[in-house]
Ligand binder design. Structure first.
Ligand code: PBG
Length: 325
């Protein structure tokens, strides 16, 4: 394969050739759209750091879910903003919590759209941590039961899959056991297996009102410098019964996605998080980059790295752009 015998440019000379040799294609089936559920009626609060994203009351959320479904995107993932917070995050597993009610409405109107739920406590606790706080520590084992209750309450409300994002040790075992006990053995677990302690979650914490009120998440989320640890973390979740394993964030961790894909034979999800979205939107608004092209290049890179599915705030926009291409 040496010049002048081999000329890589030969197969790049026109659009037809380029399409024929393209190795990675992103399509609607790869994407999952995150949505933020709030109480009330007719609420559509723009999230300033995430242009085009909103906090939505269930009537408005259903409208967007309908568009998601019509575009052919297979799933949404729901996050909730409860009406009240307390130390134990009781609204996370309340039978009539905002997520539980929203699931019912979406499944009622659009039964074929898969509804995934984020299982965590941080948006529901008054201290903003993902677990029970004892003094200044997060009590891992005491938290597991609350996470399991949250997952079960989501599944009972009609969720098709649960996605624990808390990063407590042992939560997949606990959630699997609790689901099975409640005759919910058919509900898969998408585990946020390698979730890093990332500043790229900044805009999300504004969107979900879930910032920790003291300290940070370094004692439970992973150190961004560690790759081997991501393999160990993921191996544990696989052993514990995860059906889908997730790497999060996506763009600064493409190497991790690639390694996890090589190491395990389960479907791999990657979360193209709020900060990744915000950077592109901001640069586009400043006229510094072509936002549409950067969006498609970003999603393609995540898939090329090995992701089978991408959780992304761009899902609707990318699906429209694929449809109109
Ligand atoms: C809850 C959770 C977070 C995200 C998803 N689930 C925030 C966090 O861990 O602080 C981040 C998603 C995003 O930034 O888009 N634990």
């Amino acid at each position: 394969m040496l010049f002048p015998d081999y000329r890589p440019r030969r197969m790049r000379q026109n659009s037809a050739f380029r399409r024929m040799v393209r190795e990675t294609r992103i399509d609607v089936n790869d994407m999952i759209m995150p949505l933020f559920a709030v109480d009330g009626k007719n609420v559509k609060n723009p999230i300033p750091s995430m242009p085009g994203q909103f906090q939505l009351s269930s009537d408005q959320l259903v409208k967007i879910a309908e568009e998601v479904f019509e575009l052919g995107i297979p799933a949404i993932i729901l996050f909730g903003l409860p009406k009240s917070k307390d130390p134990l995050g009781t609204q996370a597993y309340a039978k009539n919590g905002v997520v539980q009610r929203t699931i019912k409405e979406v499944k009622n109107k659009i039964p074929e759209l898969a509804v995934i739920t984020d299982v965590c406590l941080c948006a529901y606790t008054d201290h903003g941590h993902c677990g029970i706080v004892e003094g200044r520590q997060i009590d891992n084992d005491a938290t597991l039961d609350l996470l399991a209750r949250t997952a079960v309450s989501h599944a009972k409300a009609g969720a098709d899959m649960v996605a624990p994002s808390d990063m407590m040790d042992g939560r997949v075992t606990e959630i699997r056991g609790a689901l099975d006990e409640e005759n919910l053995s058919h509900i898969p677990i998408m585990s946020y297996a390698a979730k890093y302690c990332s500043a790229f979650y900044g805009p999300f914490r504004e969107a979900a009102d879930s910032a920790p009120q003291f300290g940070d998440r370094r004692t439970y989320q992973m150190d961004p410098a560690n790759a081997l640890e991501a393999i160990r973390e993921t191996a544990m979740d696989v052993e514990e019964g995860a059906d889908v394993i997730m790497v999060k964030p996506a763009l600064p961790y493409l190497d991790i996605i690639c390694r996890i894909k090589e190491e395990f034979d389960l479907p791999v999800a990657a979360y193209n998080v709020s900060g990744e979205y915000a950077m592109i939107k901001a640069a586009e608004q400043l006229g510094w980059m072509d936002g549409q092209r950067v969006m498609m290049e970003t999603l393609t890179s995540i898939k090329r790295a090995g992701a089978d599915m991408i959780l992304t705030y761009f899902a609707i926009e990318a699906a429209r752009s694929l449809r109109d291409a």
